[in-house]
Design a protein around this ligand. Structure first.
Ligand SMILES: Nc1ncnc2c1ncn2[C@@H]1O[C@H](COP(=O)(O)OP(=O)(O)O)[C@@H](O)[C@H]1O
Ligand SMILES: [Mg+2]
Length: 234
């Protein structure tokens, strides 16, 4: 089997027209593989979120191609794209996107409910995943009653509960102190990454670089490098 899960070819994205046009991503080419934790790093505004959005079916590129396991992402029908988002991809947004009126356990259960799992069974499974991220005792609380780090862990639990093969995190440690950030990323690397999963993390937090297998650099919309991480040689 081709171990390349995501292949981006000549990706282009711009916003606005004429004088106001901003080219957010310029001719981006890279591959991500199963079994690896790939970081995308670069200064704020360098195009990281835009690139992530294009490889996860959220934002349509102006040019180029994305394939997921060899299938052309942006040639998929709406149904195929919805199926991919539900069954193959987990996305953790920088600001978590938790539902404020739902309890912690209900938030985690949402992807299972969308997959039409029976409500009680979904809640039971969601509780198991809350336990995995160390938040079982917070199950009945609403997100507003959780710390930032706890909310991040809820978002991670929600992203992994449906067992997606591809996990994408946008700046997971941006609002956390260094120690909490490292713990979360170490947890993900140790407990979630395996040879059948691929994890992509966008960050400009050098405190968590040690966990990356490869690091891709972006600057001003361009990929300027993609190398094995010398901090993590096996
Ligand atoms: N929806 C949008 N409309 C207009 N410009 C945008 C939009 N999203 C991003 N941009 C611009 O594209 C560039 C890259 O942004 P982004 O991908 O968010 O960078 P990063 O995630 O690396 O901080 C920036 O100049 C940003 O202002
Ligand atoms: Mg961003």
């Amino acid at each position: 089997m081709d171990d390349c899960v995501i292949r981006a070819s000549n990706l282009e994205k711009w916003f606005g027209e004429g004088e106001a046009r901003t080219q957010a991503v310029k001719d981006a080419n890279f591959e991500a593989h199963y079994g690896e934790m790939l970081y995308i790093v670069g200064p704020s505004g360098s195009g990281k979120t835009t690139l992530l959005s294009m490889i996860s079916g959220i934002l349509k590129p102006n040019g180029g191609q994305v394939t997921i396991e060899g299938r052309d992402l942006w040639a998929m029908t709406d149904d195929e794209l919805a199926d991919l988002r539900l069954n193959k991809l987990g996305f953790v947004f920088q600001d978590y996107h938790l539902f404020p009126r739902l309890s912690t356990v209900e938030n985690v259960a949402i992807p299972l409910i969308l997959k039409k799992m029976e409500w009680n069974q979904a809640l039971r499974l969601a509780l198991e995943y809350l336990q995995i991220v160390g938040l079982k005792d917070r199950a009945e609380l609403q997100p507003v009653n959780l710390s930032g780090g706890e909310q991040q862990r809820v978002a991670i639990a929600r992203a992994i509960v449906g067992q997606p093969d591809i996990l994408i995190f946008d700046e997971p440690t941006a609002s956390l102190d260094g120690d909490t950030g490292r713990k979360i990323v170490e947890f993900v690397k140790t407990n979630i990454l395996n040879e059948k999963r691929c994890i992509i993390i966008v960050t400009h937090d050098s405190r968590i670089y040690e966990y990356a297998d490869r690091i891709m650099k972006m600057e001003d919309g361009k990929i300027t490098g993609l190398e094995n991480n010398h901090l993590n040689e096996k």
